[in-house]
Design a binder for this molecule. Structure first.
Ligand code: HEM
Length: 494
């Protein structure tokens, strides 16, 4: 990993993008800059990512925005992003929203600086928790949680009621990571309101995003109330995870299941023999509980939105589930990866709405990006994944159209590498990718087999941002297939 010399990842004495990008003047920026404030005309505090997408469309594959005197470079052109994926010259940059999460997640896996020793230690100790064997072990628990969802949807279907899709997907994915990773039950489906963990998490993510919208030195004044609320949210997250850890330790530590929490508490590094400290375990539990559910719930919600909107896609996906799973009540681990078309639906949803919509890359040494833009060591840029996934030179002029066939094997083989990056890139790419894909494909399969999904004809997709993306106000009316018979309960024995 790149050694950096300051906590921000920049060499000492290195302050601004002007210094990091010697030819910054060649990179376009929006017109009408406001002195001191920068490019704030028309900017929204609530949807900074979608604002950047608008600028991207106008300004092209690389552009910059100024906020309160600081320049930020955004990149999305496929050629530029392919160059940024070169791990020998670029590394993850912990900046903007991710850096703002440091008070919550510290040197946990997601927010660790590249040079912090706990990154490698935790990565090596936790990676086996995502092996094929580990995943196969989580599968029955994923099925059991999905059954709680279908119980809830069955009741809604019987009463002709709508379901709150993002709310229910959040319950499902939180329970799934909590149970598989930590042997914990938050009881989300038994609660009328979101679990306090979710409320506190949404609070800290929203605050981390808001911090980007005010000048750094003024944040303590302008966000005084919000900052107090944020401190309370962090306190709540800490208390909740401390209790999860206490219960495990009280059970004699090492519950024997070898889940993520066992690994965090008991596993020594295979070569150095080092273990995670108590403070670091707390950071990792928060990291995995948050990273392990928030983005997957968004991905499932977007996929369900498109399935409800595109009856032909839904019919094809449903036919595949019926064909591959037949009458098997509880599909086995191996049967999930066989849902090729359902997986394409998921990929296409993640193309249009990658729910972790940006990642930052910094130069390991002085270099020239794509042979055109000189960057000094430590200079960085934010990759806008939703725009990379709409680059017309890769995806065509109809890139906005939802079409899962873009992910059939031949189409994928025909595209350059590094054009589809919902899980980031390189050594710091998502450790939970297979977990998320398995869980989401399984759940989509179960829901498609059991229900027809009726949309609200008046609904227009609105996307809410809290560093992550989520469809806002999305409701669907599930109807049991075949007048109530369609699809057995997922966890019933065959
Ligand atoms: C659809 C679901 C998911 C999406 C779109 C997603 C996306 C991402 C992205 C883009 C990154 C890289 C961020 C960066 O470069 O700054 C990342 C990292 C990470 N993700 Fe995920 N993720 C998902 C699910 C999960 C799950 C299920 C887990 C855990 C069970 C997880 C745990 C993590 C962790 C710990 C990291 C940091 C890895 C490191 O730096 O070593 N994610 N994820």
């Amino acid at each position: 990993m790149a050694e950096t010399t300051t906590r921000t990842g920049l060499p000492k004495g290195f302050r601004s993008a002007e210094q990091g990008w010697p030819a910054l003047h060649r990179i376009p920026h929006p017109p009408y800059r406001v002195p001191l404030a920068g490019d704030i005309l028309g900017a929204s505090r609530r949807t900074p990512l979608q604002d950047s997408l608008k600028y991207a469309r106008r300004l092209g594959p690389i552009f910059r925005r100024n906020a309160f005197g600081k320049e930020f470079v955004f990149t999305w052109g496929a050629e530029l992003v392919a160059d940024l994926a070169d791990e020998s010259r670029f590394a993850k940059h912990v900046g903007l929203g991710v850096a703002n999460l440091r008070p919550v997640a510290g040197d946990g896996l997601f927010t660790a600086y590249n040079h912090e020793p706990n990154w490698q230690l935790a990565h090596d100790v936790l990676a086996p928790g995502f092996s094929r064997e580990a995943m196969a072990g989580y599968h029955p628990m994923m099925l059991a949680v999905a059954e709680r969802l279908t119980d809830h949807w069955d009741r809604a279907a019987a009463g002709g009621r709508a379901v709150d899709v993002p709310g229910d997907m959040t319950k499902l994915t939180l329970e799934t990571i909590a149970r598989t990773g930590f042997g914990h039950d938050f009881g989300s489906f038994e609660r009328a309101r979101p679990h306090p963990f979710v409320t506190a998490m949404v609070g800290t993510l929203t605050y981390a995003q808001r911090l980007n919208s005010v000048p750094g030195p003024l944040a303590p004044v302008l966000l005084r109330r919000a900052s107090r609320r944020n401190a309370a949210d962090i306190g709540r997250l800490n208390r909740i995870v401390d209790e999860v850890i206490r219960v495990r330790r009280a059970g004699g530590g090492g519950g024997g299941s070898g889940d993520l929490l066992d690994r965090m508490l008991d596993t020594a590094h295979p070569e150095t023999g080092e273990r995670l400290s108590a403070e670091n375990v707390r950071r990792q539990v928060i990291t995995f509980l948050v990273a392990g559910h928030e983005t997957t719930s968004g991905a499932l919600s977007f996929a369900l939105h498109y399935l409800a909107r595109e009856p032909e896609v839904a019919a094809r996906a449903r036919a595949e589930v019926d064909r591959v799973w037949g009458d098997t009540a509880a599909p086995g681990y191996e049967q999930v990866a066989k849902l090729r078309y359902v997986r394409r639906v998921l990929d296409e949803s993640l193309r249009l709405w990658p729910t972790a919509p940006a990642f930052a890359r910094e130069a390991r040494a002085d270099t020239v990006l794509a042979g055109e833009h000189p960057m000094r060591r430590g200079a960085w840029t934010l990759v806008l994944t939703p725009m990379l996934h709409r680059d017309p030179s890769v995806w065509g002029d109809d890139a906005e159209r939802f079409d899962p066939d873009r992910f059939d094997a031949r189409a994928v083989r025909g595209r350059a590498p590094h054009v589809f990056k919902p899980f980031g890139t390189g050594a710091r790419a998502c450790i939970g990718r297979q977990f998320a894909l398995h869980e989401a494909t399984l759940v989509l399969g179960l829901l498609l087999r059991r229900y027809e999904l009726r949309p609200d004809p008046g609904y227009r997709l609105r996307v809410t941002e809290r560093l992550t993306l989520m469809p806002e106000g999305l409701r669907l009316w599930p109807e049991r297939r075949g007048g109530g018979a369609g699809g057995p309960s997922p966890a019933q024995p065959v």
